[in-house]
Ligand binder design. Sequence first.
Ligand SMILES: NC(=O)c1ccc[n+]([C@@H]2O[C@H](COP(=O)([O-])OP(=O)(O)OC[C@H]3O[C@@H](n4cnc5c(N)ncnc54)[C@H](OP(=O)(O)O)[C@@H]3O)[C@@H](O)[C@H]2O)c1
Length: 190
Amino acid sequence: MPNIKFNLIVSTCENNGMGINGDLPWRIPSETEYYLQITTECKEQSKKNAIILGRKSWEATPWKPHPNCINLILTRSDDLDLSGYPDTYTCKSLADAVQKLEEDEDLKKRVGDVWITGGSTVYKDALNSKHFYRLYHTRIFHPYECDTYFPTIPQHVKRVEDPRIPQGIKEDAGHKYLISVYENLNFNKE
Ligand SMILES: NC(=O)c1ccc[n+]([C@@H]2O[C@H](COP(=O)([O-])OP(=O)(O)OC[C@H]3O[C@@H](n4cnc5c(N)ncnc54)[C@H](OP(=O)(O)O)[C@@H]3O)[C@@H](O)[C@H]2O)c1
C-alpha cells in the first residue's frame, strides 16, 4: 500500500470550471470555511497536514502559506521566492513532492494527511497516481465563465461518507452547492 495517500479537494461549477484569470470565479464563505477546516485539521496533534499545489494556485491563494500546514509548491523554476513563508518548499514534480514526503527525515515525522489543492494539471497527475485515495468535490449549481477546468473524474471510484463534510445541499451567498466524497477503488491494489 502506498504510504502517501492523496486527498484531492476541489470546487467546480456546472461546466466543470474551477478558475478564471488566476482566481476563483466565485466567493462562497461557508465553502471556504469548510475547505480550510478539513485541509488544516490533523488527527495527530504533533503533526501537520501537507498541501501540494501548483505555482499558479499558490499565487492565487489569499492565505499564504496554508495555515498550520507544510506547503509543497510545484514549479519547474528555481526563482520562486518563498522567503518569509514557514514550512514552505518547492518541488519539481508531483513525484518529487512524494519523494520529499517519503524520504525527508524531518518531514516524515511531522506529516499528517496530504491534500492536493490544484490546479488542473496537478489534479490530473494526482488522479492518475497510485497515491490517489480520495476526492472531496464541491459541486456548485451555477454556470460560471471559466478558463481552467477540473479533469474528468475517473470511473474507478465509489461514493463514501465522511462525517466532517457538510451534509446535503447547502445555500450561501446566493449559491447552492453539494459536497461529495469519492474513494479510489484501485487504491491499495498493486
Ligand atoms: N476551484 C478550485 O477548487 C480551484 C483549486 C485550485 C485552483 N483553482 C484555480 O485554478 C487556477 C490555477 O490553476 P492552473 O491549473 O492554471 O495552474 P496550477 O496548476 O496551479 O499552476 C501551474 C503551474 O504549476 C507548476 N506545475 C504544475 N504542474 C507541475 C508539475 N507536474 N511539475 C512541476 N511544476 C508543475 C508550473 O509552474 P511554473 O510555471 O512555475 O513551472 C505550472 O505553470 C486559478 O484560477 C485558481 O484560482 C481553483
